[in-house]
Ligand binder design. Structure first.
Ligand code: KIV
Length: 279
């Protein structure tokens, strides 16, 4: 009999915060990876628009389309049994009006199978956060370094480093909570600022480059597993070197094929099996 799994729900996360249990989140973009991370017991899988950089090869997340996000969210949802799947809303899919945002978020939920969506920004997206929550779509916020704003921020730079900027971020976090977001990603901000936000809010904070005092942590899986080598942010811990392993496995495969070692006898389909497959 297959084991029954209890899926992670949005409401479980606040309970975890109250109990002092740290929340874990990683990005995933396909069913196979999602299945592996889910099997390991991850709480949340973020189909991040970081896929624009680590999967599609762009220099930023700005070119990512809603269609691409739906496609990858569908794959991740198919591969996931327990984790809560969060679909990132790409640039310009929630900035042109609240009704556009509802329609686009609705597609990530209905077509993509996500259990929640994530939007970047503070005051500029409050009405969107409130309306999505009102219509039943759980919203995760994202403050600090918000990659969809790199043109304005001047690159991937740490944020909230002056007292004024820190106060501004803390105030925005409070207004997002009041608008109904169920959790808040804090990216690339000083640990003390993240600690204050985590203390002030009742919803969980999930940090990336925001120190150890957040209620949970998230990493881009391609960074965490050593698969993306264009640059590695200083806040990343690499838990594996899969990129190097893939390169050396590929070299071994190339050599085996060239030297005639692969396929060997055991990898060869016999005539009777071939016939039975066709029948
Ligand atoms: O797109 C993404 O992967 C993200 C994480 C860095 C939080 O937004």
């Amino acid at each position: 009999m297959s084991e029954r799994v209890k899926p992670v729900r949005v409401t479980d996360l606040k309970k975890k915060k109250r109990r002092g249990e740290r929340i874990t989140m990683l990005t995933a973009y396909d069913a196979t990876m999602a299945g592996l991370l889910d099997r390991a017991g991850i709480d949340l899988l973020l189909v991040g628009d970081s896929l624009g950089m680590v999967v599609e090869g762009h220099d930023s997340t700005i070119p990512v389309t809603l269609e691409a996000m739906i496609h990858h969210t569908q794959a991740v949802s198919r591969g996931t049994k327990r984790a809560l799947v969060v679909g990132d809303m790409p640039f310009m899919t929630y900035h042109t009006g609240v009704e556009d945002a509802v329609r686009n978020a609705g597609r990530l939920i209905q077509e993509g199978g996500a259990g929640a969506v994530k939007i970047e920004g503070g005051r500029a997206v409050l009405d969107v956060a409130a309306r999505l929550t009102d219509v039943g779509i759980p919203v995760m916020g994202h403050l600090g370094l918000t990659p969809q704003s790199i043109l304005r921020l001047g690159g991937f730079r740490p944020q909230a480093r002056t007292p004024e900027d820190a106060d501004h971020l803390i105030a925005e976090a409070q207004t997002l909570e009041a608008a109904g977001v169920f959790a808040l990603v804090l990216e690339s901000i000083p640990a003390e600022v993240a600690a204050t936000v985590s203390r002030e809010l009742t919803i969980p904070t999930i940090g990336i480059g925001a120190g150890p005092y957040c209620d949970g942590q998230v990493l881009v899986s391609y960074d965490a597993f050593g698969m993306f080598d264009k640059f590695v942010p200083s806040f990343v811990k690499q838990y594996a070197q899969l990129g190097e392993q893939i390169v050396s496995a590929t070299r071994e495969y190339i050599n085996d094929v060239r030297e005639g070692r692969f396929p060997a006898h055991e990898h060869t389909v016999s005539a009777s099996v071939r016939r039975s497959r066709r029948d």
